[in-house]
Design a binder for this molecule. Structure first.
Ligand SMILES: *Cc1c(COP(=O)(O)O)cnc(C)c1O
Ligand code: SF4
Length: 346
C-alpha cells in the first residue's frame, strides 16, 4: 500500500468517529450520511479547526442537506446529455468523461452529490470502454475532460489504461483531468504519477481549491510536481456561503494559487444541486466580488465567473455591468466606479 492509500484508508466515514472537540450531533449526522456519504481523510481533517470554519463546512455533514426542498437532484441535466453512461456530451467539441466514482473527500456541496461515493454511481470496465468507443466514433470531440469522482484516486495502472485509450483516438487533441486531489490528498501526487501523466501531453489539470487555508506546504509540493512535469494547472473554485463568499478571502486564494503555479480558471456560482441549498449565494454577491477583482489585481489572478445553468443550459460567463450603451458613444463604468466614453467610428 502506498502512503496515500494508507492515509485514505484511515478516513473517517462515520460521524461517531469525528473528534469529540467538534461537538456535532452524531445521530442527526448519521441520517445525513445514510443518503450522502462522508469521507474525511486524516490530512484534510488536520486542517479543520472547527466544524463551522471554512474547511469544516466543506467536509462535515450538516442536517440541512436533508432539508433541501429547493434544488433538483441532477441540476445540470447531465443524465439527459449522456449518450452512453458516464459520458456527458453537452458542448460541440468537448465532453466530460467520468472515470471514477470516489473522491479523497466527499465535499458537502458537490454537484454530483446524488451519486458520488455511492453505488448509484456505477463505473466499470464496460462503461469505460463504451465511453472510449463513443469518443472514437465522435471526432468532433477534440477536448476530453476526465473527471468523476476523482480520476487521480485510481491506481496508476488503471489511470494509464484510460489515458492510453484516449491518446489512441486521433481526434482527441486535449486531455484535461479534473481533480481535487492536490487540495484534499496532495500525497497522492507522487513522482511516479507525475511521470505517468507526462506521457500523455498535451494534458491539462484543473484542480479545485476553495479557501486559502487549503494551500498548504503539501498542496504546494503536489502542484509544483505537476507543473514541473509540464502540466498547465488551472483551478475551479465554487462560491460557497460561509466558506469563501468574501472578497478578501477570494483575493487571497487567487494570489496564493498563482504562488503555487495554478492559474485561476473559473469561479462558479454554486449549482442548484439537491442537498446543497444552504451553500448558495446570491448572483449579485458573486458579481460584486468580481467587481473588486477586475482591475484591482493582476489579470492573471482573475478567473471567469460563470453559472452552469440549471436544466443543462450550460455555462455562461457573467461580468460586472461595465457597459452603459447609448448612441454612437459608449459610456463605460470602470472598476473604480468612474465613467469613460468610447466613440464608435463615423
Ligand atoms: C464544464 C464542462 C465542460 C468544459 O467546459 P469549458 O468551459 O471548456 O471548461 C465540458 N463538458 C461539460 C459537460 C461541462 O460541464
Ligand atoms: S472532489 Fe469534486 S467530485 Fe468529489 S465530492 Fe468533492 S466536489 Fe464532488
Amino acid at each position: 500500500m502506498n502512503r496515500w492509500q494508507k492515509i485514505l484508508s484511515e478516513s473517517i466515514t462515520d460521524p461517531a468517529d469525528l473528534p469529540p472537540r467538534f461537538r456535532v450531533e452524531r445521530q442527526a449526522l448519521r441520517e445525513v450520511v445514510a443518503t450522502y456519504p462522508m469521507r474525511i481523510n486524516p490530512y484534510y481533517l488536520g486542517l479543520i479547526e472547527r466544524p463551522d470554519d471554512p474547511l469544516g463546512r466543506q467536509a462535515i455533514p450538516d442536517p440541512r442537506e436533508l432539508a433541501d426542498l429547493v434544488c433538483p437532484a441532477d441540476p445540470l441535466g447531465e443524465e439527459n446529455f449522456s449518450p452512453v453512461p458516464n459520458l456527458v456530451h453537452k458542448y460541440p467539441d468537448r465532453a466530460l468523461f467520468l472515470v471514477n466514482s470516489g473522491c479523497a473527500m466527499y465535499c458537502r456541496f458537490c454537484t454530483r452529490k446524488r451519486k458520488v461515493g455511492t453505488d448509484r454511481f456505477h463505473i466499470d470496465p464496460a462503461t469505460l470502454a463504451a465511453g472510449l468507443n463513443y469518443l472514437e466514433k465522435t471526432p468532433a470531440i477534440r477536448d476530453v475532460l476526465v473527471s468523476g469522482g476523482d480520476p487521480l484516486l485510481l491506481e496508476d495502472d488503471r489511470l494509464e489504461w484510460i489515458l492510453s485509450g484516449l491518446r489512441r483516438i486521433p481526434s482527441v487533441e486535449i486531455i484535461r483531468i479534473g481533480t481535487r486531489v492536490p487540495c484534499t490528498l496532495p500525497q497522492r501526487v507522487t513522482a511516479p504519477l507525475a511521470r505517468l501523466l507526462k506521457k500523455f501531453h498535451p494534458l491539462y489539470i484543473n484542480t479545485h481549491f476553495n479557501h486559502p487555508a487549503e494551500i498548504t506546504l503539501e498542496a504546494a509540493r503536489a502542484c509544483g510536481r505537476l507543473a514541473d512535469a509540464g502540466i498547465p494547472l488551472g483551478c475551479q473554485t465554487v462560491l460557497l456561503k460561509g466558506v469563501n463568499n468574501d472578497t478578501k478571502v477570494i483575493r487571497k486564494l487567487l494570489h496564493q494559487l498563482l504562488m503555487i503555479r495554478v492559474k485561476p480558471y473559473y469561479i462558479f456560482q454554486a449549482d442548484l444541486s439537491r442537498g446543497t441549498d444552504h451553500f448558495r449565494t446570491p448572483v449579485r454577491e458573486g458579481l460584486a466580488i468580481m467587481g473588486q477583482l477586475h482591475g484591482h489585481t493582476s489579470g492573471l489572478a482573475v478567473p471567469k465567473f460563470a453559472i452552469d445553468l440549471p436544466g443543462g443550459g450550460g455555462k455562461v460567463q457573467l461580468l460586472p455591468d461595465y457597459a452603459l450603451p447609448e448612441g454612437k458613444v459608449h459610456t463605460f463604468r470602470n472598476f473604480r466606479g468612474g465613467y469613460c466614453d468610447y466613440p464608435d467610428p463615423e
